[in-house]
Design a protein around this ligand. Structure first.
Ligand code: GTP
Ligand code: MG
Length: 203
């Protein structure tokens, strides 16, 4: 049983007045594009967001073929790591792929490979040459990482790496990632300009 946890609890401040999670990207809400890319590699979807986002996201996911569950932030605006922990608590299986709602080119081949690499560990985290850990595009053992998130938050540390470094993680490097899919998987849409660029690529 593999789950995807889609993080959508941010305020999209660089994007503008509206929520990028449900922004139209070439005719499809962004979060729906992310979800649709994952149908072949997971069995269920968990969406982490604020209460005030639920109706719009639920509408965007209307007719999605897998079970969808919402994991609403108890306290909003605690940062993405709090969202990861909250989302992972709602996961039923052992492992979950955590992904930001603004990664519309997420590659199922790479996701499947991360699920392979995480076996016997608590996390499989991509890291490209000369870049930092892709913690919002990683597979986690749900209970271990949720515990690590709670522990970090309890000491008022909101950094994702503070939680990650508490668990047994493996780094998945660029050559391995390239062998399993397109690095476009990590592209994320933060601004209107990036939305236009993504739209252009989708033709
Ligand atoms: N639950 C929760 N998720 C968050 C929070 N902040 C960011 N996220 C999510 O983390 C992911 C990466 O964050 P960003 O790309 O910075 O998105 P954002 O914070 O909405 O956008 P900006 O306001 O422009 O930084 C996105 O999927 C966000 O929805 C938060 O405070 N709580
Ligand atoms: Mg942000």
């Amino acid at each position: 049983m593999h789950t995807a946890v889609v993080l959508a609890g941010g305020r999209s401040t660089r994007f503008g007045p509206r929520d990028k999670a449900v922004a139209d990207l070439a005719g499809t809400p962004m979060i729906r594009r992310v979800a649709d890319r994952l149908v072949s590699v997971v069995d269920a979807l968990v969406v982490n967001c604020r209460e005030d986002q639920v109706d719009a996201i639920d509408a965007a996911l209307d007719g999605f073929p897998l079970p969808v569950r919402f994991a609403v932030d108890e306290t909003p605006d605690e940062g993405p790591m709090a969202g990861i922990g909250r989302g992972l608590r709602a996961v039923e299986g052992e492992y979950a792929f955590v992904v930001a709602c603004d990664m519309p080119f997420v590659d199922p081949g790479i996701v499947a490979f991360l699920f392979e690499r995480v076996v016997d560990h608590d996390a499989a985290v991509p890291r490209l040459d000369d870049e930092w850990f892709q913690t919002t595009h990683a597979v986690y053992r749900a209970d271990a990482m949720a515990d690590a998130c709670d522990a970090a938050l309890a000491r008022d540390d909101h950094k994702i790496l503070a939680a990650l470094f508490e668990v047994d993680y493996v780094v998945v490097d660029e050559p391995a990632l390239r062998a399993h899919g397109s690095l476009d998987t990590f592209e994320n849409v933060n601004t209107r300009e990036e939305l236009a660029a993504a739209e252009a690529r989708l033709g």
